[in-house]
Write a protein that binds this ligand. Structure first.
Ligand code: CP
Length: 357
């Protein structure tokens, strides 16, 4: 596990870097903030936000969270017109297109701001097809966010990298606690669904890690060939065991959904096809029946339905499920706001001073 605390600076890169006790305390804090039972102020604090990729929920919820806490969020227009480009390599002769090395950028932002939030995924793209990345092994290095973590002297918050989307995972855990109360022994199913593009694995990885932290019986459902990184699955298994839950993997959606209390749908690109999407596209043509429908939801224990959004209606999930009474998708998106207020209090303000007030 990566150490995220350096010189008393807490980076929020992956929820699995924190103890389950810390995560559960943070969820309690988020629920108290939402219920108006806990007031937190980050007066005079500033968060710099760097979006290397598009976003609706993460961008707006972080900006509103900082505003509600009395602070300021600066959304730096680094991608507009492709105008601001960073260099990440050491010792490079910068005589090409990059404007500034991250070493200076991260150091300067650390003097102005109290935290830096970054979205940097090579697989989130507004183009019609998925972008080319060379391999999962290369993408998994999370070069952009890791380089900022190396050079910044203030906390870095991961707003989605190639590997993790901890704010989504945390917001989901808060939503599940809010709806189910006691989560231990409840069945959580994260199922792969068809999507025309090869999407990042960050969200499902963080969603599963969070369900494991809640002591749920976690079932990952995906077609053969869409396996997650072995080491990450080992971490999920350890987290599940620590919380007295379980982790299993099945390759049949109907079988996996049986008796579920929560069904979370998400598509992702298979690691083995990174860099060769045409091959994946051909394989996926046969997987269009991987959609969450009402008929499939009837196999569950009246499960709640979750999706991180944005969603492709009637491709990933039918209208009937999305608009049904058990759909949590809008509550789930709302909880990104309250969850991130707790995360901001933790990394920018120090959680302890907010307890017992
Ligand atoms: N779920 C999520 O992160 O949404 P955005 O891509 O809109 O931020």
């Amino acid at each position: 596990m990566e150490k995220t605390m350096k010189d008393n600076v807490i980076h929020f890169y992956n929820t699995a870097d924190f103890s389950q006790e810390e995560i559960l305390r943070l969820i309690d804090l988020a629920l108290k903030i939402k219920a108006g039972k806990q007031k937190i102020q980050l007066l005079g604090k500033t968060l710099a936000m760097l979006f290397f990729n598009p976003s609706l929920r993460t961008r707006v919820s972080f900006a509103v969270a900082m505003q509600k806490l009395g602070g300021l969020a600066l959304d730096l227009p680094i991608k507009e017109g492709g105008s601001y480009t960073f260099e990440f390599e050491r010792g490079v002769v910068m005589d090409k297109g990059t404007i500034e090395h991250v070493k200076e950028a991260a150091s300067v932002l650390s003097r102005y701001c109290d935290g830096i939030a970054i979205r940097a995924s090579e697989l989130i793209t507004s183009s019609k097809d998925s972008v080319e990345v060379t391999s999962w092994e290369t993408a998994a290095k999370d070069k952009v966010i890791k380089t900022f973590m190396e050079y910044a002297s203030v906390p870095i918050i991961n707003m989605e990298s190639n590997v993790y989307h901890p704010c989504q995972g945390f917001g989901d855990a808060m939503t599940i606690k809010e709806k189910l109360g006691n989560t231990r022994g409840k069945k959580y199913v994260l199922t792969w669904v068809y999507h025309p593009k090869a999407l990042p694995m960050a969200t499902p990885i963080s969603e599963i890690l969070s369900a494991c932290d809640l002591g749920m019986n976690v079932v990952i459902v995906h077609p053969k060939g869409w396996e997650f990184d072995t080491e990450i699955v080992q971490t999920m298994g350890k987290k599940a065991e620590l919380a007295s839950g379980s982790l299993s993997i099945v390759n049949n959606m109907e079988e996996g959904l049986k008796g579920a209390d929560i069904v979370c749908a998400k598509s992702w690109g298979a690691a083995k096809f990174y860099g060769s999407w045409e091959e994946e596209k051909k394989m996926k043509e046969k997987l269009k029946n991987w959609i969450v429908s009402q008929k499939k939801m009837e196999l569950t224990n009246h499960a709640y339905f979750m999706h991180c959004l944005p969603v492709r209606r009637n491709v990933e999930v039918t209208d009937e499920v999305m608009d049904g009474k058990n759909s949590l998708v809008i509550d789930q998106a709302e909880n990104r706001l309250w969850g991130q207020m707790a995360i901001l209090a933790f990394v920018l303000g120090g959680i302890d001073k907010y307890e017992n007030q």
